[in-house]
Design a protein. Structure first.
Length: 138
């Protein structure tokens, strides 16, 4: 009996230990999940379900190098749209991307989703970071 209780308790402890996510991981999951819903509603029409883009019209969101190089500008792109030419790899895109009336948290969530999906892996983009980036939009 005593043995059963002890092994029961150790089992519970083991489950707790392995299911206990760190605060950072929890934050990431929250951003990522909320971001996927925003993506479906506001971005997927143009950029595609797998971020593959559309022919010569809509750029893909699969170019990790582009996203990393432009990390500090992404929040501005989402908030104010893009009118400049965008070059992804060797392809140029000239269409414009519309602005979005989003709060920093929405931008942070959708960017966390995009930059950690479609083969990208850039970690959490927090709403504090987005608020800072938005102060210096050109
Ligand atoms: C009406 C279509 C449309 C919608 C909706 C749209 N985009 Fe775009 N997006 C574009 C186009 C077109 C460009 C290229 C703009 C240019 O060349 O000036 C672009 C460029 C981008 C870029 C930079 C280039 C790249 O491919 O990495 C990112 C990042 C991006 N969009 C993310 C998003 C996110 C996130 C959303 C949703 C909040 C979104 N877009 C909604 C059409 C759209």
């Amino acid at each position: 009996m005593k043995l059963k209780v002890i092994s029961g308790i150790s089992l519970i402890l083991a489950v707790l230990f392995f299911s206990c996510q760190t605060e950072k991981e929890l934050e990431f999951s929250r951003y990522y999940t909320a971001g996927s819903v925003i993506y479906q509603n506001k971005c997927q029409n143009c950029h595609g379900i797998n971020g593959q883009g559309l022919l010569a019209l809509m750029p893909p969101l699969t170019d990790s190098i582009y996203l990393k190089t432009n990390k500090g500008n992404l929040a501005c792109y989402i908030k104010f749209g893009i009118k400049l030419k965008v070059t992804i790899g060797t392809k140029q895109f000239e269409d414009t991307m519309p602005a979005n009336d989003f709060a920093p948290i929405d931008i942070a969530e959708v960017l966390t989703y995009v930059t950690n999906s479609f083969g990208n892996k850039m970690g959490t983009i927090t709403s504090e970071r987005v608020a800072d980036d938005l102060k210096v939009c050109k």
